[in-house]
Design a binder for this molecule. Sequence first.
Ligand SMILES: [Zn+2]
Length: 219
Amino acid sequence: MSELPPADAGSLSGELDEPNDAMLKAMAQYPQVDLPRIQRAVREILAAVGENPDREGLLETPARVARMYAELFSGLHEEPAEHLKKFFTETYDELVLVRDISFNSMCEHHLLPFIGVAHIGYIPNGKVIGLSKLARVVEVVSRRPQVQERMTETIAQLLIQELNVKGVAVVVEASHSCMTIRGIRKPGSLCVTSAMKGLFRSNVSSRAEVMTLIYGGRK
Ligand SMILES: [Zn+2]
């Protein structure tokens, strides 16, 4: 067995090296995130699992993980609705669908990534949004500790609140690392969630239309 530093070692209880350029840049970019605190926590985890956080290969790891978490959780400090404020007034009232918006998020139960695509369909009610804005909404909502069910519902509610849509359909498909690399270990399993609101809930043919368009081109 290798020798582990004691849990109360000075280096573990908080004295970090002076932040380097990469760290200073990240601190400026993510002012709401306590990066040194993440660094200390990651050192603790490394020591706790039986590693030596002071061996060469791990020296930069806590700082790197801190920057990564700041990025992966940056959606906590952003308001997704901001991306839906600039809409166009249009009389178009047929289905608008953006398919296969890729995203990555972090499962809040295990802090492991889940990765997949979101499909967003809506029927406008006088307000149409730039298509790239839907992708921005998905990005902000996914960059939080998250569960797929809530992510799906949150996106649907945002379109209802901000655009007053006649109907919204959100379908999210993702592979969860917490199911594929640990626990039950089922690689290839896909979790599918959907939120159907307004016309897509009340009208069977509208729902069938959007589902056909989402899945139509697939084998
Ligand atoms: Zn999980």
